[in-house]
Every structure is written in structure tokens, then in C-alpha cells.
Design a protein around this ligand. Structure first.
Ligand SMILES: C[S@@+](CC[C@H](N)C(=O)[O-])C[C@H]1O[C@@H](n2cnc3c(N)ncnc32)[C@H](O)[C@@H]1O
Length: 476
């Protein structure tokens, strides 16, 4: 995990944190605080083991039988602290008398958790400080409780807006850095969103703010098995606004894996934007044969399941390529009973016979379009990841254009709005291969607003309520 970008102005830092106003009492036994304990353990796993908060936390809540208000508090604290990680570190850097990398990591995790409560929750300051000090005492003994108490007391000198005045660049000098700090994003990500949106103002602010909102769960009805209306009635959700197979469930409506419709494979969990990108591939006009489809990056299989079910209706087949064996297994499981053949192979040279009428390249990417789903992801991704990914994205798209027949269609899809991964990849491959770029907007719902000037489609959470999926269509 990284620190966010450079601050515009750093006030002089006190050589010591304020002395504690209420001395720590080392002999006091730690309070029983399952919610904060769980949140702290999640932060440690994220920092130490590169774990994903949204996978660790539910498991931990189940194991420890934490439910109800405690579960809600643990979720708010764990996810909120992960999202605000960079902001919290900037504030803590102002309140600690040494570089943060000289603070014991276990202690720093607790300070982040305490600072999050102080700046971004309505938990009373005394409770936020005391509960954090208790956690520190339980983990590290009494030797650093005074330090933790003093640092958190210093944090209480200002609220979040007050600290942002100290650490954020001025709006008129650096509008992107200003919004990045105010929405707790690394500056390079805010810059990438600004470039894709053509905005450094309100729309950029909305796009960044959407990453902090808890996403609804989207389901995809299995085509030919059940309609979106039937699925909505079975699950208590609402038919989605754009995908004919989509259903949206309210955020926090429980584990969708428990739904009968999912267990019986009548539906899968799939972002509505992903559904629309898979459907766009099937909607692009092709002349002549239309029965051999290929998914070149198939794991874990959400789009392969949808394409496989549509292939049944179409009287065709789908070949699904995935380089990672364990992910290929997931594709096999999710497409059981469908006319899908799974190959464990590198999509750049999959060694498949013949050509295909339609090919999907749902390429590995930075995932900057799904930050709302992965609380820590914005701080884990690095700008230098983009170069490695665009190389493989170009290679996979080039390979797809070699595997599709003349007149056939390739859909290039990434879950990112970063222009290097989107327009940059498509234009360089189209130039090198002579492929024709189609207007992808014509393969998305007619009434879908905010699709821009084309030819590609970029979806956004703040505009469409979907992940920020990108879709380009190319004809060989
Ligand atoms: C964005 S995910 C695909 C998501 C999938 N289409 C779905 O809807 O569930 C990208 C996938 O590409 C796989 N991958 C990465 N490099 C690959 C390669 N060279 N050839 C084939 N698959 C690759 C990754 O393992 C990952 O499973």
C-alpha cells in the first residue's frame, strides 16, 4: 500500500505529539470490542498479506459469529479505513514526530482505524480514542499506549475539512489534486478519470465520489432459463434499467450466494455493465455464419456463462480460453450444461483450430472501473502497472483479430476508464492490423444516456450505476 501523492503545503510538524489529556492506564483490561477487533484484523491482512478486504471480512464475521450492529460497524470501519487509507496516512504524518515508516506497522494500523473513526464517523472522539488505545494495549502491551493516545488526541485538533485545508492542494492551483485529496484517491487515478471524462470539475468529483458508495448487487438471469422479471420476483430485486437480463438488489441485502436462483444456476452475480458488454458482442451485425464464438480471457466465467446460454438459443457453441488453471475450473463449473469448451491456454497463442465468427477479449486490466467493489484497490494499484497491462492487452486484441474470420466481430472490453487501456490499445491495434472500428453505441440499449460521441462505449458508476466498463467493437 502506498502513500498518496505529494502534499502541496506541509505545515511545520511538532517534534512530539501532544501529551495525553487522559493518561493511559496500562493495567485496565481491554474492552470486548468484536467489531473494532475484526476491522483491525482486516487492515492487517490487507497490509501484510495483500488480502482483499471484501473477501477477508465476510469470512472473519462468519468465523467469529459477529452479526447485527457489530457486523455493520466492523464493515463500515474496515471498508471505510481501506478507502480513506491515503488520506489517513497524510493526516497521521502531520501528527507523528517521525516518518510513518518508522512506526510499528501493527500500531500504525490501529492509528488508521482510530483516525478514520475520528474524521469520518459520528463515533464520539473519546470513544474512538479509548477503543483504539485498548486495541493497542491488547496487541502491544502498555509501552505504546501513551504514544497512540497522544497521536489520536492530536488528530482531534481538526475535523476532516480542517485537515484537508492543511494537506490538500488548493483547487485553483491543482484542481485534480484537490479533488483527489477530498475524495481520498491517489492523484494518478483522479488524473486518469479526468482524462477519460474530459472534466476536472463537478463530473470528476461525482465519478470519484461514486467509488465510496456501496454498490448494489447485480444479477444476470440466465438467458433461456428465466426472465429478468421472474428473477426479480424470486429475489425481491428490481429489473435493471438497461440489461434485458439484469436485476438489481439493494446494497447490503445479504449474501447473493444464498439465493435459490443462484444456487440453481438460473442466474449469476454480474455487474450490469459486464452484461451489456457481453451482449454488445452478440448484437454487432455479421454476415453469413454466426455459430462459433470465442471468449479469449474467460475466467472466472461470468461472460462465458451469458454467452454460452445465448449460444444455446443461437444454435452455436462457445470456446472459452483461460490461462490460469484454477480460473479455468471456475469457468467449467459455471458453464456446466452449456455448449462451452474450456481450454487452459494463453490467449495470445491458444492453438485453436479454425476461425470464429465472434470473439470477446475481456482483458486483464487495472480494474480502476470497479474501485467501489474493492475498498483497498485504489491504494494498491500503481501507475507503472498500466504499461505492463497495455502490452498484454494489445497482444490479446491482436491475437483475437487473427482468430476471427474476415467479416467477424471482436469485442474488446476492460473494467477501466484509463485511456491507455481503452482508446490507446484499440487505436494502436486497429492501426497495426487494419481492423475497422465499429460504433459500439449502436449495440447498447437505445435509451441508455451518457454514451458520448462514440465510437467506443465507456460506462460509469455515477452515470449508469454500473462499473466503469469500456467496450470497443472491431471488424476484421
Ligand atoms: C477481466 S478477467 C475476465 C473476466 C471474465 N471474462 C468474466 O466475465 O468472468 C481477465 C482474465 O484473463 C485471464 N488472463 C490473463 N492473461 C491471459 C492470457 N494471456 N490468456 C488468457 N487469459 C488470460 C486472467 O486470468 C483473468 O481470468
Amino acid at each position: 500500500m502506498t502513500q498518496p501523492g505529494k502534499r502541496a503545503h506541509r505545515p511545520s510538524r511538532p517534534s512530539r505529539a501532544h501529551p495525553p489529556r487522559r493518561p493511559a492506564t496500562p493495567e485496565r483490561p481491554p474492552i470486548d470490542d468484536p467489531a473494532r477487533r475484526a476491522a483491525l484484523d482486516v487492515l492487517r491482512a490487507v497490509r501484510n498479506d495483500d488480502a482483499y478486504a471484501n473477501l477477508v471480512l465476510p469470512k472473519l464475521l462468519r468465523q467469529r459469529k459477529i452479526t447485527g450492529r457489530d457486523a455493520a460497524l466492523a464493515t463500515e470501519l474496515a471498508y471505510g479505513t481501506c478507502r480513506a487509507w491515503g488520506l489517513l496516512d497524510e493526516v497521521l504524518a502531520e501528527c507523528v514526530d517521525r516518518p510513518l515508516n518508522k512506526v510499528e506497522p501493527v500500531l500504525l494500523d490501529a492509528l488508521r482505524l482510530g483516525t478514520y473513526q475520528l474524521l469520518r464517523t459520528r463515533i464520539p472522539a473519546h470513544a474512538a480514542v479509548a477503543s483504539t488505545v485498548d486495541l493497542v494495549r491488547a496487541d502491544l502491551g502498555p509501552r505504546v499506549t501513551g504514544f497512540a493516545n497522544a497521536v489520536l488526541r492530536k488528530v482531534t485538533d481538526r475535523d476532516e475539512a480542517g485537515w484537508l485545508e492543511v494537506i490538500a492542494p488548493a483547487r485553483d492551483e491543482d484542481p485534480i489534486g484537490h479533488l483527489a485529496a477530498h475524495t481520498s484517491h491517489p492523484r494518478w487515478i483522479a488524473r486518469a478519470f479526468a482524462d477519460a471524462l474530459g472534466s476536472t470539475g463537478d463530473e470528476l468529483a461525482d465519478a470519484l465520489a461514486a467509488d465510496d458508495q456501496r454498490p448494489e448487487v447485480h444479477l444476470a438471469a440466465r438467458p433461456g432459463e428465466v426472465t429478468a422479471e421472474e428473477l426479480a420476483a424470486m429475489t425481491g430485486g428490481d429489473p435493471a434499467p438497461y440489461s434485458p437480463y439484469g436485476v438489481r438488489l439493494e446494497a447490503g441485502s445479504g449474501d447473493p450466494g444464498d439465493l435459490d436462483a443462484i444456487r440453481e444456476r438460473l442466474a449469476g452475480v454480474q455487474d450490469e455493465g459486464s452484461q451489456l458488454c457481453a451482449l454488445a458482442l452478440t448484437r454487432a451485425p455479421v454476415e453469413g455464419a454466426d455459430s462459433r464464438w470465442l471468449d479469449l480471457c474467460a475466467g472466472p466465467g461470468g461472460k462465458a456463462a451469458m454467452l454460452g446460454a445465448l449460444a444455446v438459443i443461437n444454435g452455436g457453441t462457445l470456446d472459452a480460453v483461460e490461462v490460469a488453471p484454477h480460473r479455468a475450473k471456475l469457468v467449467e463449473q459455471i458453464t456446466q450444461g452449456l455448449p462451452v469448451t474450456v481450454h487452459v491456454a494463453d490467449g495470445r497463442e491458444p492453438g485453436l483450430e479454425g476461425t470464429f465468427d465472434r470473439v470477446l477479449v475481456d482483458a486483464p486490466c487495472t480494474g480502476l472501473g470497479a474501485l467501489r467493489r474493492r475498498p483497498e484497490a485504489r491504494w494498491r494499484r500503481m501507475p507503472e502497472d498500466v504499461g505492463d497491462l497495455t502490452k498484454i492487452q494489445r497482444e490479446l486484441l491482436t491475437s483475437a483479430l487473427g482468430l476471427v474470420r474476415p467479416g467477424g466481430v471482436v469485442a474488446y472490453v476492460v473494467c477501466s476508464p484509463h485511456l491507455s487501456e481503452t482508446e490507446g490499445v484499440v487505436s494502436s491495434v486497429a492501426r497495426a492490423t487494419g481492423a475497422t472500428v465499429l460504433d459500439a453505441r449502436t449495440c447498447f440499449p437505445e435509451d441508455m444516456p451518457g454514451l458520448g460521441d462514440g465510437p467506443h462505449v465507456q460506462l460509469w458508476p455515477h452515470r449508469h450505476g454500473t462499473d466503469a466498463m469500456f467496450c470497443a467493437l472491431l471488424r476484421r
